[in-house]
Design a protein around this ligand. Structure first.
Ligand SMILES: Cc1cc2nc3c(=O)[nH]c(=O)nc-3n(C[C@H](O)[C@H](O)[C@H](O)COP(=O)(O)OP(=O)(O)OC[C@H]3O[C@@H](n4cnc5c(N)ncnc54)[C@H](O)[C@@H]3O)c2cc1C
Length: 380
């Protein structure tokens, strides 16, 4: 009879950036677990991960997740060369502008930014207009520039995790939706559309479907709300716009990001949704066009392509990372909201430490990380 493996078997449910980064970190853990990545769709990254604005912004998101953004920077800047075909970050500052009546919001952004990065600074409206010549300078009251912000190669990042995961012996199953998970003794049994699998530990990285997967495993929800966000592309008529910063209104009710010869635009919408394959609504595209045309001379008349994705939050807008308080072999990795790409390298590492060591590793000392602010128990 073949000897039974004593390696811990971990099934990661969901092959977006959260599941891929967790799977990559888990399979490389010194304890040598067997890791299986289960994805419902035919390809990884099909849902929210493939639909983002792909920006790294240090001065963004709930306080509890900012250490994860900062701790991810080293991986973005120095990814394993054998796993990546090129750099994962390209410098692209973010310029945030506020109109009359938005001075307080700019002040708060500046205060939070200066505590993180001394290069985050106020600019005069005229200087903002010199940086991004399509802005209507007379509508700007105050402006802030964050030079450390960057564009992220999301496909390259996902590929990097997938290559590293496979190279370390990880197994990926696509078209493998988890429809039920039950425990018998110390083991999980997972019914998937690609057959039955067993695992000692289940990691729930199912994005908008996080609470659905928990319910299928008999685990109480953490209270996730998927929120639809719309994006679309318009042509640029400026030859050098690809060198301009991304621009956002301080209330985030519109933003535009130079992307080659185009601009990626968004109304910054947050419409609660069921977990689904999100589609853009014409009204949201129209709203963004109106707001951007008022603030700029872009004069958008047509849209090249549009899409929507679900940014999924719990009420405090921090992530949910770590073992379920009632079912410790069910590990949460959800609630990435609008930060899931920029935090992925560090979030995956932290998740592996919490799952297999029980504690964050010593590397977090310099990052002011508070794991309790991410723990699922805070939501029960
Ligand atoms: C317009 C927009 C702009 C954004 N901009 C940024 C940005 O600039 N920077 C940033 O960091 N983040 C940004 N985000 C957020 C970022 O995209 C998300 O935080 C991140 O992609 C979430 O990744 P995920 O893996 O949790 O979710 P997903 O990519 O949705 O992955 C979840 C996966 O789980 C799978 N799944 C679900 N149920 C099951 C099941 N039962 N069995 C198996 N698999 C299952 C799904 O098929 C899916 O592939 C943006 C998002 C949007 C929509």
């Amino acid at each position: 009879m073949a000897p039974t493996s004593t390696r811990t078997v971990i099934a990661v449910v969901g092959g977006g950036i959260a599941g891929a980064s967790a799977a990559y970190a888990l399979v490389r853990h010194p304890s040598g677990p067997e890791v299986l990545l289960l994805e419902a769709e035919g390809q990884l990254g099909h849902h929210t991960t493939g639909r983002s604005a792909a920006q790294y912004i240090e001065n963004y998101g709930a306080a509890a997740i900012r250490p994860l953004t900062r701790a991810s920077l080293d991986f973005f800047q120095h990814p394993p060369p054998d796993l990546c075909d090129g750099p994962l970050l390209s410098e692209q500052a973010i310029l945030t502008i506020g109109g009359p009546g938005q001075g307080d919001a700019i002040e708060r952004l500046l205060a939070a930014g200066r505590a993180l990065n001394p290069d985050i600074a106020e600019l005069s409206p005229a200087d903002a207009g010199r940086l991004v010549p399509l802005l209507r300078v007379d509508r700007i009251a105050r402006a802030v520039i964050e030079p450390g912000s960057s564009d992220i190669d999301v496909a390259g990042l996902l590929q990097c995790f997938v290559r590293g995961f496979r190279a370390a012996g990880g197994e990926i199953a696509t078209m493998a939706r988890v429809d039920a998970a039950s425990r018998s003794g110390d083991e999980w049994s997972l019914d998937t559309t690609a057959g039955q699998r067993r695992a000692d530990i289940v990691v729930n990285a199912a994005g908008a479907w996080g609470d659905v997967v928990a319910a299928r495993a008999g685990v109480a929800p953490v209270g996730l709300t998927p929120m639809r966000r719309t994006a679309f592309m318009v042509a640029s008529r400026w030859d050098d716009s690809c060198d301009w910063p991304m621009v956002a209104n301080v209330n985030l009710d519109w933003y535009l990001k130079p992307d080659g010869p185009q601009f990626l635009c968004s109304p910054g919408d947050e419409t609660p949704s069921e977990p689904m394959d999100a589609r853009p609504e014409e009204v949201d595209v129209a709203l963004a066009i109106d707001r951007i045309n008022q603030a700029t001379t872009l004069d958008i008349r047509s849209v090249r392509s549009s899409w929507a994705g679900l940014r999924t939050f719990v009420p405090d807008r921090a992530m949910v990372l770590g073992p379920d308080p009632d079912q410790p072999t069910f590990i949460w990795c959800v609630g990435q909201g609008g930060n899931g790409i920029q935090t992925a390298p560090a979030a995956g590492r932290l998740l592996a430490q919490l799952t297999l060591d029980g504690d964050p590793g010593p590397e977090w000392g310099g990052f002011d990380l508070d794991p309790a602010g991410l723990a699922p128990g805070r939501l029960r």
